[in-house]
Design a protein around this ligand. Structure first.
Ligand code: SF4
Length: 289
């Protein structure tokens, strides 16, 4: 059994940057809070919590110190609330997410209805909706009932959650165009790392018998990779090596490994080592037979 790693593996630029900013803040300040998870990977969040980062759900839990805004960003009213309390803000919002927020804000100010293609429960999407000043509507995909209920706007702008698949953005935009708006603008706000990762992983999944995707179950980009791989071959999403099952590898000649953008190298290494061990065990069993 051969193990092939995807070309892009481990942290993306935005996650690296957020972790670096969090670690620097923890060294320099007495108390640092994170409003929600700084990134969607429990192993990284636990590691930062071990270094002193306090994860909070509500600003009432703060006692001075500084508040980290996650790489997914936050709606403008959250920034206002933190400032009103006189608390320092360390903003780790990924520049790609910031770009989508800015476009949504500009379009709303110019009178466009803003369609955000993405998952409405995701913090990044909530932040983009907040930037659209009441003109934002979230649509998950072309079959979303909210799309059918959408009236015909004169001016529509579509942006995507940074981790979306491009075909989903175009499918939704296509359905909106059928409502015949007078003007429609489509912005490809999918981040370049996500797009590239999806392409390379799709390519790899066509050349292997099964794929293992390593990443947080709440990580949007990890789940997108899983969706891409599932279309091509048997695929499994694991958070750590503990989730691996021996039977996934029996009779396989090639296994592909991919990771989400927030999966740390140390977790990937443990998963790869465990797969290598399973391989050795299975070879030994065959020799015995
Ligand atoms: S996946 Fe893209 S948008 Fe998300 S943090 Fe990484 S670089 Fe930024």
């Amino acid at each position: 059994m051969r193990v092939k790693l995807a070309d892009r593996i481990g942290f993306c630029f935005g996650v690296k940057r957020a972790i670096h900013m969090a670690e620097a803040a923890l060294k320099e300040r007495k108390k640092v809070y994170s409003l929600g998870s700084i990134i969607h990977n429990s192993q990284v969040v636990e590691s930062l919590a071990g270094k002193g980062l306090a994860i909070i759900k509500d600003l009432d839990e703060t006692k001075g110190g500084a508040v980290l805004i996650s790489s997914h960003g936050a709606p403008p009213e959250i920034f206002k609330k933190i400032k009103a309390r006189g608390i320092e803000i360390i903003d780790t919002t990924c520049p790609f997410v910031l770009h989508a927020q800015r476009i949504a804000g500009e379009m709303a100010r110019e009178g466009y209805d803003v369609i955000i293609v993405g998952d409405q429960a995701h913090p990044e999407v909530k932040a983009i909706v907040g930037s659209a000043s009441g003109r934002g509507v979230v649509i998950s995909d072309k079959d979303d009932p909210a799309l059918a209920d959408l009236g015909c706007s004169r001016k529509v702008a579509a942006v995507a959650q940074t981790t979306q698949r491009l075909d989903n953005l175009f499918d939704v935009a296509g359905r909106i165009l059928k409502k015949r708006p007078r003007e429609m603008r489509i912005f490809n706000t999918i981040c370049s790392d996500t797009g590239r990762r999806q392409e390379t992983v799709s390519d790899l999944s066509m050349r292997v018998d099964a794929m293992i995707i390593i990443g947080g179950r709440h990580s949007a980009n990890t789940n997108r990779l899983f969706e891409v791989c599932k279309n091509e071959c048997e695929s499994h999403l694991v958070e750590t090596e503990a989730d691996l099952r021996e039977e996934w590898f029996s009779g396989r000649e090639t296994i592909g490994i991919a990771s989400g953008a927030s999966t740390p190298a140390w977790v990937i290494k443990k998963v790869v080592n465990m797969i290598e061990n399973l391989k050795t065990k299975s070879v030994k069993r065959k020799v015995k037979v």
